[in-house]
Design a binder for this molecule. Structure first.
Ligand SMILES: Nc1ncnc2c1ncn2[C@@H]1O[C@H](COP(=O)(O)OP(=O)(O)O)[C@@H](O)[C@H]1O
Ligand SMILES: NC(=O)OP(=O)(O)O
Length: 317
């Protein structure tokens, strides 16, 4: 099956934590299943851009370098933005390989392209004054204070379980490699990009500079999808549908929401901050910027059916 330039719908998929797991070994196994679902969409003639989270991965890489650099005296300290880029690299490598293998198995003559992506954030974003995103392992207070002094990073106590590094989660303003991502997609590549929301960079003196932060990947995916006016933003997570009264006897699955309905539910506190809320907000941002587009929240397993309108929660303008 060969790709003809310009044909097919365009879809940005944001992969949640359950598509990747927590360790490289677990991830290598899980991405095989993830790839099957992505290739199901490719087989339907859809042009797919894949983005993914990186919270556990960037924390793991950062910790490994911190540990090595303070223990062996030979390994250099690794700046946080470089850790983010490494997480994009190894997740992208595993996803790319799994998608290629699956396409080969099905006789689909398409290729993949991984784009290490930077995302511009504003230095004055209030998120920098209130780091909220925990990354990496738990420490004692003493260890955390020592590391804070050495690195300048922020550590916070996490619900009585110990101290963890927290980083800011600023809003994505611009995807630096946007043109390359679009061109690659238009040329028929299955593009893996904007991993972990993109490495956050600020613009200063006409140059980009990495900053120690982790952008919400659903927000960056919404920005990417809106910028190239994708037909659909698909946020894949662990649940088939968004619910109201989630985890209560009155729980009700939603097939669809307009922006006005979603905003009413947000006001009622129906979506948990740090999990479902940013996903719904990302969908709202996408359809507000691109009202002809539709956003879908569903599970990986239901993705293909969701794209056919058979399941999931659809958010429209
Ligand atoms: N109102 C809701 N409807 C459905 N799921 C919800 C709701 N509120 C919170 N959740 C939880 O949010 C989770 C998705 O958030 P999270 O696990 O942070 O995402 P990710 O898949 O990106 O890692 C769901 O698996 C579910 O447990
Ligand atoms: N960058 C990001 O949103 O990662 P997680 O989805 O893993 O938290």
């Amino acid at each position: 099956m060969a790709y003809q330039k310009g044909e097919g719908k365009s879809v940005v998929i944001a992969l949640g934590g359950n598509a990747l797991g927590n360790t490289p070994q677990e991830q290598l196994e899980l991405v095989k299943n993830t790839a099957e679902h992505i290739v199901d969409m490719v087989a339907e003639g859809i042009n797919v851009v894949v983005s993914h989270g990186n919270g556990p991965q960037v924390g793991m890489i950062n910790n490994a370098f911190d540990y090595a650099s303070t223990h062996d005296g030979k390994t250099p300290a690794m700046p946080f933005p470089e850790c983010g880029a490494m997480s994009q690299g190894y997740i992208g490598y595993q996803l790319s390989q799994a998608i290629l293998n699956e396409m080969k198995r099905r006789g689909i003559m398409r290729s993949t392209a991984c784009v290490v992506t930077q995302t511009v954030v504003y230095p004055e974003d209030p998120a920098f004054q209130n780091p909220t995103k925990p990354v990496g392992a738990f420490l004692t207070e003493e260890e955390a204070m020592k590391r804070a002094e050495e690195t300048g990073y922020t550590y916070k106590e996490d619900a009585g379980r110990g101290w963890r590094q927290v980083v800011a989660s600023p809003k994505p303003q611009r995807i630096v490699e946007f043109d390359a991502i679009k061109d690659l997609m238009d040329d028929g590549y299955i593009v893996i990009s904007t991993g972990g929301g993109g490495v956050p960079v600020v613009e200063k003196d006409d140059s980009y500079h990495g900053v120690p932060a982790v952008i919400d990947k659903d927000r960056s995916s919404a920005k990417l999808a809106a910028d190239f006016r994708a037909d659909m933003l698909v946020i894949l997570t662990a649940v088939e549908k968004v619910c109201i009264n989630f985890n209560t006897p009155e729980q009700k699955e939603l097939d669809s929401m307009t922006v006005a309905e979603a905003e009413k539910y947000i006001e009622e506190g129906q979506f948990a901050p740090g999990s479902m809320l940013p996903k719904v907000e990302a969908c709202i941002e996408f359809v507000q910027q691109h009202p002809e587009g539709r956003a879908l929240i569903t599970s990986l397993e239901c993705a293909a059916d969701g794209l056919k309108g058979k399941t999931g929660t659809v958010i429209t303008a």
